[in-house]
Design a protein around this ligand. Structure first.
Ligand SMILES: Nc1nc2c(c(=O)[nH]1)N[C@H]1C(S)=C(S)[C@@H](COP(=O)(O)O)O[C@H]1N2
Ligand SMILES: [Mo]
Length: 208
């Protein structure tokens, strides 16, 4: 596209309008997949990787990488919404439902508490009500677009909670802490909304 940059830019920015009702308030559609990371990309060796669900009394259950990969998989398609205002439609993932992991945790004697803190390699955390990661609303995703999830996008595995702003979808996830009280995570402590519903435009503390 050499030539007049004004015309080239105008041509490329013309996009079909998003279908009515599909784009949350204040968002625009992008076809790219931007990378947003607060720190460096961790690259843990899979042989040392594990995923742990732990309650507040210290009961826990742990999956190795192979254990996780042996569980029943789902292939959710979802629209995702970043608080920096981009939304991406029809993203295609592969992973294990958090329901599957929580059922196994319960069988192993892990107590069910009303809040969850997702914990990642590198120290990132994010908090959610348990109800927002149950009943088919959240996955531990290790595949994207038919390929292994790229490290920049959270591989080997990330949380996927598409109905909330995408900062809740913790990349490089290593576990879930089940807590009796809500405990704000990384962005939530820095002034972002505690819940983060894109349809109610809950970007920052003080938003409805
Ligand atoms: N561990 C970790 N998870 C994270 C982040 C991060 O910095 N570290 N950024 C969050 C934010 S703000 C967004 S918008 C999405 C971005 O995911 P992407 O880089 O795959 O687009 O990851 C979320 N999960
Ligand atoms: Mo974000």
């Amino acid at each position: 596209m050499a030539g007049n940059p004004f015309i080239a830019r105008g041509f490329h920015s013309r996009r079909p309008a998003a279908p009515p009702g599909r784009l949350p308030p204040g968002q625009y559609e992008t076809r790219d997949f931007p990378v947003l990371s607060a720190g460096p990309t961790p690259r843990p060796p899979l042989a040392a990787w594990d995923f742990t669900i732990r309650d507040s009394e210290g009961h826990s259950v742990r999956w190795s990488w192979d254990d996780l990969r042996a569980l029943p998989r789902e292939t959710p398609t979802a629209d995702i919404h970043c608080v920096t205002k981009w939304s991406k439609f029809d993203t295609k993932w592969e992973g294990v439902s958090v329901d599957t992991l929580l059922a196994a945790a319960r069988s192993a004697g892990v107590a069910s508490n009303p809040f969850v803190l997702a914990v990642s390699d590198g120290g990132y955390t994010t908090n959610l009500p348990l109800a927002d990661v149950t009943d088919g609303k959240a996955w531990i995703a290790f595949g994207y677009g038919g390929e292994p999830l790229a490290p920049e996008h959270g591989g080997p595995a990330r949380l996927l909670v598409p109905h909330l702003y995408f900062w809740k979808s913790a990349k490089w996830i290593r576990g879930l802490r089940l807590l009796p009280d809500d405990q704000p995570g990384f962005w939530e402590q820095l002034g972002y909304h505690n819940y983060g519903d894109p349809w109610r435009e809950q970007r920052y503390q003080g938003d409805p």
